[in-house]
Each structure stands twice: as C-alpha cells, then as structure tokens.
Design a protein around this ligand. Structure first.
Ligand SMILES: Nc1nc2c(c(=O)[nH]1)N[C@H]1C(S)=C(S)[C@@H](COP(=O)(O)OP(=O)(O)OC[C@H]3O[C@@H](n4cnc5c(=O)[nH]c(N)nc54)[C@H](O)[C@@H]3O)O[C@H]1N2
Ligand SMILES: Nc1nc2c(c(=O)[nH]1)N[C@H]1C(S)=C(S)[C@@H](COP(=O)(O)OP(=O)(O)OC[C@H]3O[C@@H](n4cnc5c(=O)[nH]c(N)nc54)[C@H](O)[C@@H]3O)O[C@H]1N2
Ligand code: SF4
Ligand SMILES: [Mo]
Length: 680
C-alpha cells in the first residue's frame, strides 16, 4: 500500500470516524501537508457526497488552537486546569511507576480503563487497548452507555442486530421514525425518506416526545409521553389483530407465539393505551390502519426511546410489529435499529480476551462511574480515560466530579483536547485525529466496511491509541507478541472471520483496493435467525429464563420521585455528544443550550420564552434558557446538547440524569429522570 503521507497535496478518500450511524464516505483535500477541506465522497453508494455541517467544519477542530500537542502534567489542584508540558518519556515513566506501585499494593484491579467510541475505528476504539488492559488484569468496563438496552431487547425478538438494508428504503412507502431525531442523527435516512416521498408518495410519521427538526419535517407528528412507547406498540398490535390486518401466513411460517400474542394484546385496547401514552384513541386507529395497509413499511427505531428504565422492553415490543404485518418480506420493509451484525468481524482475534488471566476480574458499568469512584471498595485508584468524556456524558455528573476530585485517584486522559474530564487528570496525553491513523470502520446502519489510511502526519507529538498502548505495553515489560502487532497486522487478524457469512469476501487486501466493501446480504435468511428457535420470537422462552415476561408487555418507568416534569436531555444538531462542544465554530452554529417547555406549564410557572430557568432535582441543578411553545407535551421538558459548564453558566444536563440501569443489558436511563423547573 502506497502511503498517502508522501503526497503533500491532493484529494484523498476517507471515512467519517464519528459515532454516527451514517458513516459517510469522505474526500479530504490536502495542501502543503495540511487538511484544508473535508467534503462528501460523491461515489459513496449510500452517503452520495452529502455530509453534515459538523464535519464540513472539521478542519476548524483539527487545527483548533486549543488542540493538545504535547503530554501534560498537572501542576495545580485537581480540576483547576493548571498543567505543564512534559516529554512522552516522562509521561510514560510516571504512569508506569505509579501503576507498578498500585499493582504491588492493591493489585491490577485498582486500575480502571474508561473509554467509548469518540473515534469509531475498530483498532482505536476496541483493539490494542483491549489487549493491553486484558494483559494488565485491570478492572473491566461494561460499555453500556449507548444502545445496549435496546439491542438486547431487539435481539430477544430478532436474534441479532439485523434490520432492513437502508439502500432498499428508497422503495419504502411508510416510514415510522420512532424515537429518532434523524434530521440530526441519521441524516441520510432522512434524505432517502424525503426522496421516497417525492418519487413514490411515501409518508413519514414521527413518534417522539419532542417536535424537533425531524418532527417538523414529518407528514404527521405523533407526540407521546416518555417511556410509554411499548404501550402504543401493543395497542397497535391489538388493532392489527382485531381488524384482521395481520399476515397470518407470515406469522405461521416465520414466528413463534402469535396465538399467545393475539390473546395477550386483548388487554391493550385503544382506550387503555391512550390513557397511558397520551396519544388520542382516533390517532392510534389512524396510525395502525396506515401501518397495517401500507407496504413496504419501515420502523426506524432510534436510540432515544431506549434511554429509559424500560428501554429494553420498549424496543423488544416495537420489534414485534413488522412480524404481524409481514413487512419484512418487502424490499425496504421491516425495522432498522442497528445493522451491526452484518459487519461482525473477529473481535476475539482483535481483542484477545485470552490475555486476561483472571477470568473473575471485576467489571464496572460505565453508567455508574460516579458510584464506582466514590463508593467502591476496594477502591479504584487509577482511571485511564480515552475516546470518551465522562465528566460531561456520564449520568450523575456531580458524583462523577466528586470521584474525579479524589486526591488518591491517579487519572490519565488521552484525548485531542483538554476536555472537562482531562481538567481532572494527573497526566494528559495528546491523541491523533482519525485522519492521522490506519484503521477500519464498520457502520451500524448501512452495510459497508471502510478503510481509513492516514492522510496527514500526527499533529504535534500526538499519538494514536494503538501506538500509545504498544508503548505502554513495552514500558510495563509485557513481552507478548500480541502487544507488538502493527496496525496492518491487527486489521488482517480482525478481518479474518469465516464465522460471519456476510463478510467472507472481505479482507485487508481487497479493502485496500476498494476502499469500502458491502456485506453480502444475500446470505441473510429470516428463517435462520439467531434466536433459539431460528424464528422471530413473539413469545420468548429465553426471556422467561431471564425473569422477563415471555410476551411483549408494557412496563412503566421507575418511580423517580415527586418532581413534576420528566426531563429528556438529548443530543443536539451541531455537536456529536460532547465532541465539538468545545469548538468555537460549532458553538456558534448551535447558539446556546436551551430547554423546551410546554406553553401551559410555562404560563403556570410564570416563565416566558427566552428567560433563564433553573432546573433541579436531588441530583443537581442547571440554569438554561427556556424555549416555550407547543413542541413538547405538558409535563415534559427537553434540552438539547451536551454542553459543559462555562463561566457563569451551569448547563451540564447530566447533573440531573439518574444513574439507574435500564431493564436490559445495564443500559443508561438518561431520559427517565424527574425534575422541577422554576423561574430565576
Ligand atoms: N448531530 C448529532 N448526531 C448524532 C449524535 C449527536 O450527539 N449529535 N450522537 C450519535 C449517537 S452516539 C447516537 S447514540 C445517536 C442518537 O440519535 P437518536 O437515535 O436520534 O437518539 P436521540 O437523539 O438520543 O433521541 C432521539 C429522539 O428520541 C426522543 N425520545 C426521548 N424519549 C422518548 C420516548 O420515550 N419515546 C419516544 N418516542 N421518543 C423519545 C427524543 O426527543 C429524540 O428526538 O446519534 C448519533 N448521531
Ligand atoms: N444527557 C445525555 N447524555 C448522554 C447522551 C444523551 O443523549 N444525553 N448520549 C449518550 C450516548 S448515546 C453516548 S454514545 C455517549 C457518548 O459519550 P462519549 O463517547 O464520551 O462521546 P464524546 O462526548 O463524543 O467524547 C468522545 C471523546 O473522544 C475523543 N476522541 C476522539 N477521537 C479520539 C481518538 O482517536 N483517541 C482518543 N484517545 N480520544 C479520541 C474526543 O475528542 C472526545 O473528547 O454519551 C452518552 N451521554
Ligand atoms: S457525523 Fe454522521 S452525517 Fe456527519 S459526516 Fe460523520 S457520518 Fe456523516
Ligand atoms: Mo450513542
């Protein structure tokens, strides 16, 4: 492979590294060895040259004057942000010395890695780091912050993360965007839906708690009370059965338990469901009749609706709907939550769990970082953060902060910026951007795997995650070959995966030639799903074994106290989680943090549009500008964006979010917290 680094000027293929389903093909324009422009790759079969505003402005972030270029050590109190540059040698020696002392005194489980998908490259996010921490014997991290509750629920019904091919949704006639803010978070699904609307009269229905940009673009916006979507889906099943809109042949051939389900959903009559969900009875009928009589129909299941106490069961339930109508049989029909199973690669070979000697090594759920740092005994004495910004993104942020402030906690952060988490670090290490690394990427929405070749040299003294962990392994004296493998070798090992029938034709050499390759979906069969029965499981014995009801069932949110409002602190359009929240360009595009309130509620509280309000509960408080109107139901408040606190601005919404775990997979419950709101 000829290195792109030797060419100082030109336009080079690339891929977006961010944690976004679209995984766009990019073209990177380079001049004098620097990136001057990032645009969409017009030939990319799915993303077709369009990219979001965030990434069109990526050069501002890459060359932001605040980007880290050297390692730093803390020279003031924790959290004060006083740091001095040091050499890589000193940084690595300090870490290794401290870790060896901790291991001698408290064992390796006193060290905890904390990471997520700030860069979705598989080597970067879950490659050499996993090998290193396995070999170290560090405490393990359960990476449950994003989508695991819903995936677990979906898999009870469908067996794996398999859904409709988004490229086929050009033929879809009815889109149910369910708990997804697709205009901001999956823009190409929205582009396809709008094209289908124009070309074949497709309809777009949005079911959400907030009439945001996606809701405003819909043909019909259906507002719903948070955490009640399972009941709506069951009410739809009730009508589908009673009005004979089910496909009995499909149910017979492809599912398990439809007779039990038919009996079971009698209790979810439209009146009962309307009382739970706040959706009017006539709307439940209209919605169901449209769904029951339009083909192909697609339910695009979002992440928002599973960030709830009952998120697993909600997704498990919604995932049953397309089986009732047989929507799966039509091109562009069915459901799409995640398609990641089509692109499963060899994680065992990449991550090498065999390097972990003590299989009983303790494991902590990343959603409870505050609790882990403050309450765990024996304590965690060292935290190593990379590819994540827990001071902002983790729930119960006041508790997280209390943990990060501990004097006896040795914290290392590897990032491109001095994030809010890095402010609390003892040692900060500069990270390369994705454009500086070799890696491969697998989308969780479309069916393509991409190669990223390094386009530019590392910024300043920054190092990639894989280089960093190879360096740490050497400094710790670990001799294992697995910790010396090059990035090339890691990719070859990961792509060698005959167990995935959709992926057999993909290998490193072909990927180098092609740049991106599609999973072979022809190997997919609805009759050979990964459920125990191989069929779509409307009735699940597996769930009974785990203590859940066998049939999809409405479960309410957990009681979170008496505060009057449910609080939904969602992401925003111009940031990606907290990424870009520190870049001036993106802050300007977003203007300011806002909280949406219903007009009636605001009037009662004497709050006017544009006024600063205080939002609080027993976990914390924020002060945010109110946006008053009809975009949320009474009793619901919605904020957008993971902003950091700034001088005079308390806007860290996760100060209010609960760290309870969802019903399945240990998922996060960001959107199930109650708050009070008052005028300041
Ligand atoms: N611009 C941008 N794009 C992103 C991200 C970002 O931060 N910014 N983040 C990326 C990541 S990591 C992820 S996981 C995805 C997330 O993207 P999405 O899957 O779109 O998830 P959210 O935006 O969290 O929530 C989606 C919608 O769910 C709604 N919602 C909340 N609770 C409920 C409920 O109980 N019922 C219903 N029906 N709706 C509800 C919210 O109002 C919101 O409109 O986006 C990715 N893309
Ligand atoms: N209130 C609320 N909280 C949420 C959510 C929500 O909707 N509402 N969404 C949740 C969800 S779905 C998710 S996925 C999480 C996301 O949480 P995080 O994964 O923590 O996401 P980011 O805030 O984007 O932080 C990623 C960090 O990785 C850094 N980074 C990027 N590339 C690299 C690299 O190559 N190496 C290293 N070492 N660092 C790198 C970036 O600079 C950035 O600081 O947030 C969760 N938190
Ligand atoms: S953030 Fe999403 S939409 Fe934007 S360029 Fe990256 S993959 Fe495409
Ligand atoms: Mo996420």
């Amino acid at each position: 492979m000829q290195s792109l680094l030797t060419k100082k000027d030109g336009v080079f293929p690339s891929v977006c590294s961010l944690d976004c389903p679209d995984q766009c093909g990019l073209l990177v324009h380079k001049k004098d060895g620097k990136i001057v422009k990032v645009e969409g790759e017009p030939n990319h079969p799915v993303t077709q040259g369009n990219i979001c505003n965030k990434v069109r402005n990526m050069t501002e972030r890459l060359y932001d004057s605040n980007r880290l270029s050297t390692p730093l050590k803390r020279v003031g109190p924790k959290g004060a942000g006083a740091f001095a540059p040091i050499s890589w040698n000193e940084a690595i020696e300090t870490i290794v010395l401290k870790w060896k002392q901790l291991i001698d005194k408290h064992g390796p489980e006193s060290i905890l890695p904390y990471s997520f998908y700030g860069n979705m490259g598989n080597l970067t996010a879950e490659g050499m780091d996993r090998r290193f921490f396995h070999r170290l014997g560090a405490s393990q991290l359960d990476r449950a912050i994003c989508s695991v509750a819903g995936s677990t629920g979906y898999n009870y019904t469908m067996g794996a993360n398999v859904g409709c091919d988004p490229e086929e949704t050009t033929e879809t006639k009815l889109f149910l965007m369910w708990g997804i803010n697709a205009v901001s978070t999956n823009m190409h699904q929205m582009t396809i839906a709008q094209k289908a609307r124009k070309q074949n009269g497709a309809k777009i229905i949005v079911i959400d708690v907030h009439k945001n940009q996606t809701g405003r673009m819909a043909d019909w916006f259906v507002p719903i009370r948070p955490g009640t979507d399972g009941a709506l889906a069951l009410g739809m099943m009730h009508i589908l059965f009673t009005e004979q809109m089910v496909n009995r042949e499909f149910l017979e051939d492809y599912t398990v338990g439809y007779a039990e389900l038919e009996e079971h959903v009698r209790q979810y009559d439209p009146e009962t469901v309307s009382t739970i969900t706040g959706v009017p009875v006539k709307d439940i009928y209209t919605l169901t009749r449209m769904y029951g009589t339009t083909s192909p129909s697609l339910i695009r299941i979002g992440n928002g609706l599973q960030h709830h106490d009952n998120g697993g069961m909600i997704v498990r339930t919604i995932a049953c709907l397309p089986a009732l109508t047989g929507a799966w049989l039509a091109r562009g029909g069915g459901a799409l939550k995640s398609n990641s199973s089509f692109l499963d690669y060899n994680t065992t070979s990449l991550q090498r769990p065999d390097l972990l000697v003590n299989k009983q090594t303790r494991k902590f759920n990343m959603n409870q970082l505050g609790k882990v740092l403050v309450e765990t005994d024996p304590p965690v004495y060292s935290l190593f953060v990379y590819g994540s910004n827990p001071a902002i993104v983790a729930p119960e942020s006041n508790k997280v902060r209390q943990g990060l402030e501990r004097d006896d906690l040795f914290t290392v952060v590897h990032d491109l910026f001095l994030t809010e988490t890095a402010q609390f670090a003892d040692i900060v290490l500069p990270a390369t951007s994705a454009f500086e690394n070799l890696d491969f990427y697998t989308s969780y929405w479309h069916h393509y795997v991409h190669l990223q070749q390094p386009v530019i040299e590392p910024y300043g003294q920054s190092k990639s995650n894989t280089d960093l962990f190879r360096l740490l392994a050497e400094a710790m004296g670990f001799e294992d070959d697995a910790l010396k493998n090059s990035d090339d070798e890691l990719i070859r090992q990961a792509l060698d995966h005959s167990a995935n029938p959709y992926f057999k034709h993909v290998n490193y050499d072909s990927l180098v030639k092609e740049q991106y390759m599609k999973a072979d979906r022809t190997k997919f069969s609805l009759k050979k799903l990964k459920t125990p029965s191989g069929k779509i499981e409307l009735y699940s014995k597996q769930m009974v074994k785990k203590g859940y009801p066998a049939l999809p069932t409405y479960t309410p949110l957990v009681d979170d106290g008496d505060f009057p409002f449910l609080f939904i602190p969602g992401p925003n359009h111009n940031f990606l989680n907290s990424t870009f929240s520190n870049n001036e360009k993106h802050q300007k595009l977003e203007k300011s943090a806002k909280v949406h309130l219903n007009q009636e509620d605001a009037t009662k509280l004497g709050i006017e549009d544009g006024e600063l309000v205080r939002i609080w509960n027993e976990r914390g408080e924020c002060e945010i500008i109110a946006s008053v109107g009809e975009n949320v139901l009474s009793g619901v408040v919605v904020s957008q964006g993971l902003w950091a606190d700034m001088p005079g601005k308390k806007q860290l919404v996760n100060a209010l979010a609960p760290d309870r775990l969802a019903d399945m997979g240990g998922g996060a419950t960001f959107f199930s917290g109650r708050v009070n709101v008052e005028k300041i």
